[in-house]
Design a protein around this ligand. Sequence first.
Ligand code: SF4
Ligand code: SF4
Length: 348
Amino acid sequence: MKKLADCKEEIHSCSKCGLCQAVCPLYKITGNDCTVSKGHFIMLRGLLKGELKMSKTIKRYLDMCLKCNACTKFCPSGIDVTEIVALAKAEYFKISKKEKIKSFILKQLINCLNITKIFVKKRKSKQFTKKIIYFGGCGSRVEGNQHIIKILNTMDTEVITPDFDCCGFPFFVRGDFDNFKEYMDKFYSITEKYGDYDIVVNCATCEKTLKSYVKWGGKEIKIKNVTEYIRENNLKPELKKPHTVTFHKPCNMDNFEDAKWILENTKNLEYIEMKGFDSCCGLEGITNFKERKVMSKLFKQKHNNIKSTGAKTVLTSCLACKITLLLFSCGKYQVQDLVAFLAKNVKE
Ligand code: SF4
Ligand code: SF4
């Protein structure tokens, strides 16, 4: 596996132009150089040169990064910030007993989510023309995979649902690469048992993680988001009754166009784009209680933007975003997964 030292060239390619400061939602609130990529790379250069030692303070600033990728998209040097921050955190993970205990607890929680698999209803088998493999991820299990499967079946598609586990993202972002690799290997050992079908995934974060496996030594695989599949199949559903919704684009969703196409082509659905629809929900605030003052400002911005649309439902495509939005909705609006919402409200 790659190490922080392998990214030396990339870290040194930061020209300190400061463009990341202009787009970083966190920097806009803190005004602190250490909380944005430019400052992270200055610290990491110091680490690599041996002038600085990995410490709780450096880890704190790395933890504050929202992994929203806003700076990556604008960085003229094209530096993959999320990857470098994860590799830097791996250096801390190696020396911290506390981080290892936290990872262990997280793994047990994910295992508990896996138990919910038994509640997924098996649909009657029928002859379908198309076939795909569905990666539900631990997140989609909470939402209810059966909703996504129902929509896929509508498109004359047989859905194979292997016993997949977590994609490993929660461990990747913590710098726990041993567990990340374990989930990645598990994914490949499961997919090898099935044919060469497209793998369809609902959660934007799972999708991004599965696509990133190639970078970490995994083989190339065909991954598609369910929104892309819906658009490809030109499915234009009609809802039972009119709904007005807005949409929060998860930072990990690379292609919003497919979700937008669905929002604009579903009958009986009015879509109102909110201000800052693509800005980070501030998820890190949930786990990063030490920074709750800063993070609560991000939540407030998002909350106000949702409220000002007047929509009673906000849709999204990532479980982590959904939980964040739900926690701060204060009952003012409903938060639902886009495809699950379609499945629940579609005219049969
Ligand atoms: S935008 Fe990229 S090159 Fe410019 S300071 Fe930020 S990380 Fe460095
Ligand atoms: S990933 Fe987001 S929060 Fe992190 S430094 Fe870049 S813009 Fe800021």
